[in-house]
Write a protein that binds this ligand. Structure first.
Ligand SMILES: Nc1ncnc2c1ncn2[C@@H]1O[C@H](COP(=O)(O)OP(=O)(O)OP(=O)(O)O)[C@@H](O)[C@H]1O
Ligand SMILES: [Mg+2]
Length: 491
């Protein structure tokens, strides 16, 4: 066994995040960890990578007990945690990021390092250019840099916590190939994902955690997605989206010849026109980075329009727009505020939360408790800081706030990113209920299957233009896939 955990437990105050967790992984194998949002996956990985100390239990590497006292100690033991893009310094190059903190500057030969890194990346099929600046690289490439960084530090065990959540389908395929190669080269890998098919397809073995406890460890080939989902949640789950008939109402928003530039002043949305009606979900299908972000921001009134206009129906004021931004930590939440405070960021000046300029703690608390129940936000109380929530539960806080108050227009960008199967299906149902109530919904996602299942009409975006608007009932995945890749429209 390369890695073995024996009865690892970890509490945060009275809350048990990890409860007697045991499992082991052979060298050269890929082990999946599955579990609902808040099940304790990241906490466990933070223990293995030395960020947290367990309250009890033992960790063995190659059958020898080890104490992983700090992230640095973990690196010395050959444990490499692959963080997502935010751990890299954007202004520095690939090479500089990889060697950061490892080399003495007085003896540094940058060219030599670049060659060393190029060789390392080639050996594992990780294509990168050592002299590129991080800020110019797509997310998938930044992640490759993170992987090379831990390989450069001689990691034997690689931990990836939801690495595919931010990747496009093509990038996911590339990553999966890379992980297979690493395993074939003898590296041991721990892989966390909410996408069950991915886990079944990639992993040799899987451990399922529910509310801090191991409920099953199995070989991935032996189980179906349905079985895994049920193990995670502890009850039956519906993996399909069930939608009622499409009954479009009045036009809620009319977009005419819209053009918007991105942060670097480059045209990102070009001459886009469409109408969105009450009771309708318009899906936006496209490869990440084709203008989706700028479209969402412009629709939410957060971005200057360079040309054209966005006309809202009289009934739809800015207060009546719900916006689920792509990046919950940067745009959706104030991490140092509590759940209750985050839930009223848009409405704290209104009744019942504020009366004659005074905040009303009991109304705020009550509101939070109801929302936590409705959206299944798992936390010990409404007063805990959002920074202490698991990733998926942070996303649920944004959803609970933005879907409150019956918005006329909902702009949802990657609304299920980081959510477990149960929560994903709950968000689908919630958005469909909003549609049936009469909300107009712009549904932006890079997951084509999700867009197809949720939408009434689908606009395909390519290089900032709508190359087609299709009826979701008749559109095929092949047709949309082709259009997304820049192909032209049939007929
Ligand atoms: N530093 C902390 N202080 C208090 N509670 C914490 C802390 N870190 C995690 N928790 C709690 O421990 C539980 C497990 O969180 P963890 O992040 O491990 O979940 P997860 O399985 O990774 O979920 P997700 O799929 O949403 O990422 C959560 O309820 C979370 O609120
Ligand atoms: Mg997590």
């Amino acid at each position: 066994m390369y890695l073995r955990l024996e009865n690892i437990s970890k509490c945060f105050n009275s809350f048990v995040a990890n409860d007697n967790i045991s499992f082991s992984v052979d060298a050269g194998k890929i082990h999946g960890i599955l579990g609902e949002n808040g099940a304790g996956k990241t906490t466990l990985m933070n223990i293995i990578s030395g960020l947290y100390q367990p309250d009890s239990g033992k960790i063995y590497l190659e059958d020898k007990p080890v104490k992983i006292t700090s992230p640095n100690a973990a690196i010395k033991l050959g444990i490499g945690m692959i963080y997502q893009h935010f751990m890299l310094v954007p202004k520095l190059t690939v090479t500089e990021n990889i060697i950061l903190g490892r080399e003495n500057s007085w003896s540094l030969n940058l060219e030599e390092k670049q060659q060393e890194i190029a060789a390392l990346s080639q050996a594992y099929g990780l294509e990168i250019n050592p002299t590129d600046k991080i800020e110019n690289l797509p997310v998938g490439t930044q992640q490759r840099v993170e992987i090379i960084k831990v390989l450069y530090r001689q990691a034997q065990l690689l931990i990836l916590d939801e690495p595919t959540a931010v990747l496009t389908p093509t990038e996911v395929k590339l990553l999966i190939n890379i992980l297979r190669q690493l395993a074939a080269a003898g590296k041991t890998i721990i892989f966390i994902s909410h996408k069950l098919e991915e886990v079944i397809n990639l992993c040799d073995t899987v451990t399922v955690i529910r509310r801090g406890k191991v409920v099953a460890t199995t070989t991935a080939k032996e189980v179906t997605s349905q079985q895994l989902a049920e193990l995670m949640v502890g009850r039956e789950v519906v993996l399909q989206v069930n939608k009622s008939a499409f009954v479009p109402g009045k036009v809620i928003v009319s977009v005419q010849n819209l053009s918007v530039v991105n942060d670097r002043n480059i045209p990102a949305i070009r001459n886009v026109s469409f109408e969105l009606r009450a009771g309708e979900i318009l899906g936006i299908a496209g490869v990440d980075g084709n203008g989706q972000r700028e479209l969402a921001d412009a629709m939410a009134g957060l971005k200057t329009i360079n040309k054209g206009k966005i006309e809202l129906n009289n009934s739809c004021t800015h207060q009546k727009i719900g916006y689920i931004p792509e990046n919950r930590q940067k745009m959706g939440l104030v991490l140092q505020f509590s759940i209750a405070q985050n839930l009223i960021l848009n409405t704290f000046k209104n009744l019942p939360f504020c009366r004659t300029f005074l905040l009303q703690p009991s109304a705020i608390k009550n509101h939070a408790q109801v929302a936590m129940q409705e959206f299944d936000i798992r936390a010990t109380g409404e007063d805990i800081k959002v920074s202490q929530l698991s990733g998926g539960n942070q996303q649920k806080v944004v959803l609970a706030r933005e879907l409150a108050g019956e918005p006329n227009l909902i702009i949802a960008m990657q609304p299920t990113r980081g959510l477990d199967v149960g929560a994903t299906s709950a968000v689908h149902s919630q958005l469909l209920a909003q549609r049936d109530r009469g909300a107009a919904i712009l549904y932006i996602s890079t997951e084509l299957e999700e867009v197809m299942a949720m939408s009434d009409r689908i606009a395909v975006i390519y290089r900032g233009e709508f190359v087609a608007i299709l009826d979701a009932q008749t559109a095929t995945i092949e047709e949309i896939g082709l259009l997304m890749a820049g192909g032209t429209r049939r007929g």
